[in-house]
Design a protein around this ligand. Structure first.
Ligand SMILES: [Zn+2]
Length: 535
């Protein structure tokens, strides 16, 4: 008879299906769950005492950008200490591969405001997937539409030609063949925004043929959010491809109060059986490269062209007119430039944490001039935080039991290269904030509902059948936490702080967080999607 590697005893098992918790022991052997049993006294090589705690499936962070930090922070500290065991990367149209021969420098420049410290190399998508070093979490990879466009059309503001489109389709096929989940897009900014619906539908037909999925940072999250949501839904309706609407929100003061209506529209589409899911990070503040707040035409031709343009008086006049009329690109109207603060500015590191309003007042100049000057001085690499949502809308979306949890953030650590600047606290806090603030303090959700939004619900959206639920034969990704203690500690002023309340995290049967400490183990796998081609 086999003896199990370990058993977690005495905790309340919240299995990830949304069902209420029950007292049971969870047994693990050779990376898999062998049993979830009540009243079992069966021995195992190691017993973990979970009395007073919740035993849940490891959390699936369905929308992240940890591809930009995992090679630098393979222990995935900020995430795994919240209980995250799987990260979906390559989102919002951004991926570090493929990089065709001679394009690595261009890609590095393009992604500098998101991945300032990542080394880039010419690589196929398959080589890229193979090159990820061993890390503590599982990863699911997507290829980015921005990246495909950079490889074929560059930063030119126009539709792709037939040849360019078939080149993009070929690159997408290669990524899917290598085991990528699917395609992500970021239609709100350049160069993805230059694609029309036909281009996206053509790529989605490749996904349909090969069983891939589509995740979208939609074309606009502010004044045209309804149209943008419908554009994403139309992809699912036309092709049958699963569509993941990223970080659902209503940005811009003019759009506040619209969450219930927007959720109602998406829920009605889901009720018709259209394969659409959404995710959300539970904060009223977003983060993005500063340049993406400006009208998209500012980036035509790429970063160097933008920096040159930003210095001219005429352009600033046009910029001011555009922003006065339409608000900020993707973010709409803000209360003032004090709502925009510097998160990470590689060439002006001392300015992190300061708002654009403050910087303008200190310099004695107009805020928009301060924005333009700052972009030039930081070579376009500045990343900002923008408080653009209402708390009521954020809570309304959090409350929806079918909206999944995704941090939209990188795995960071206070020590080392990723500990720089003042990034969004969601990197360290998203999951702890949902379980602490939304469940325990505000009672927006029950605990089993919240756990479902970060485990079983996400697994179903991704088509994973052997993760996200605690059941016999599933992979042993397990998180044990104290429901009374779990809390985020990261703040906007002091973001590099780990969440508390998670005692044990197991990935593929290996203990990574043990008694609240990282063991140094890196048992994560790249989860490859293998599928038969539909002809
Ligand atoms: Zn995004």
């Amino acid at each position: 008879m086999f003896v199990d590697d370990l058993v977690i005893r005495g905790g309340l098992v919240v299995d990830g299906t949304g069902a209420a918790g029950r007292e049971a022991a969870v047994f693990v052997r050779d990376g898999r769950i062998t049993a979830v049993e009540s009243g079992s006294a069966r021995p195992a090589r190691r017993a973990i005492d979970a009395r007073g705690q919740i035993v849940a499936p490891g959390f699936i962070d369905i929308h992240t950008h940890s591809d930009f930090t995992l090679p630098l922070n393979p222990r995935a500290e900020g995430k795994i200490r919240q209980g995250v065991t799987t990260e979906v990367v390559g989102n919002c149209g951004f991926s570090a591969a493929p990089a065709l021969p001679g394009t690595a420098a261009m890609l590095r420049e393009y992604l500098a405001a998101s991945a300032p410290w990542l080394p880039f190399a010419d690589t196929t998508f398959a080589e890229y997937m193979d090159a990820l070093p061993p890390v503590s979490v599982n990863t699911i990879m997507q290829v980015g539409h921005h990246t495909l466009r950079l490889m074929t059309v560059g930063m030119e503001p126009r539709p792709a030609t037939t040849d360019e489109l078939s080149h993009m389709e070929r690159l997408l096929e290669e990524a899917l063949e290598a085991g990528a989940l699917g395609l992500s897009s970021g239609l709100f900014t350049a160069p993805g925004c230059y694609a029309n619906a036909d281009e996206i539908h053509a790529l989605a037909r490749v996904l349909a043929r090969r069983g891939g999925q589509y995740a979208s940072h939609i074309r606009d999250e502010a004044n045209r959010v309804r149209e943008a949501v419908r554009e994403a839904i139309a992809v699912a309706e036309a092709t049958g491809v699963h569509v993941q609407i990223a970080h659902l929100k209503l940005s811009g003061t003019d759009n506040w109060g619209g969450a219930a209506d927007l959720l109602g529209e998406i829920a009605a589409v889901r009720a018709r059986g259209i394969p659409v899911d959404c995710d959300q990070y539970p904060y009223d503040t977003a983060t993005n490269p500063l340049r993406n707040l400006l009208p998209t035409w500012i980036q035509d031709g790429g970063v160097p062209a933008m920096l040159e343009r930003l210095g001219t008086r005429d352009l600033r006049r046009r910029l001011r007119g555009d922003i006065t009329r339409n608000g900020l690109n993707n973010f709409g109207a803000i209360s003032s430039w004090d709502a925009v603060r510097v998160a990470v500015s590689p060439h002006l590191p001392d300015e992190a944490g300061m708002s654009m309003g403050e910087i303008a007042r200190r310099r004695g100049i107009d805020p928009l001039d301060a924005v333009c000057d700052f972009l030039i001085e930081d070579r376009g690499h500045t990343r900002i935080l923008v408080t653009s949502m209402s708390e009521a809308d954020v809570d309304e979306i959090t409350r929806a039991p079918w909206v999944l949890v995704g941090s939209d953030a990188n795995a960071l650590a206070p020590e080392g290269v990723t500990g720089q600047g003042k990034p969004h606290p969601r990197s360290y806090g998203t999951f702890a904030r949902v379980l602490g603030r939304a469940v325990r303090e505000r009672r927006l959700l029950t605990l089993p509902q919240a756990v479902f939004k970060m485990t079983g619900g996400s697994a179903a959206a991704l088509g994973l059948t052997d993760r996200g639920v605690l059941k016999t034969d599933a992979w042993a990704d397990i998180t044990v936490f104290d429901p009374q203690a779990i809390a985020e500690r990261a703040t906007y002023d002091d973001p590099h702080r780990y969440a508390t309340g998670v005692s044990t995290v197991i990935v593929n049967g290996t203990v990574v967080i043990d008694g609240g400490d990282h063991t140094g183990a890196v048992p994560g796998r790249v989860l490859r999607f293998q599928r038969s081609v539909r002809r």
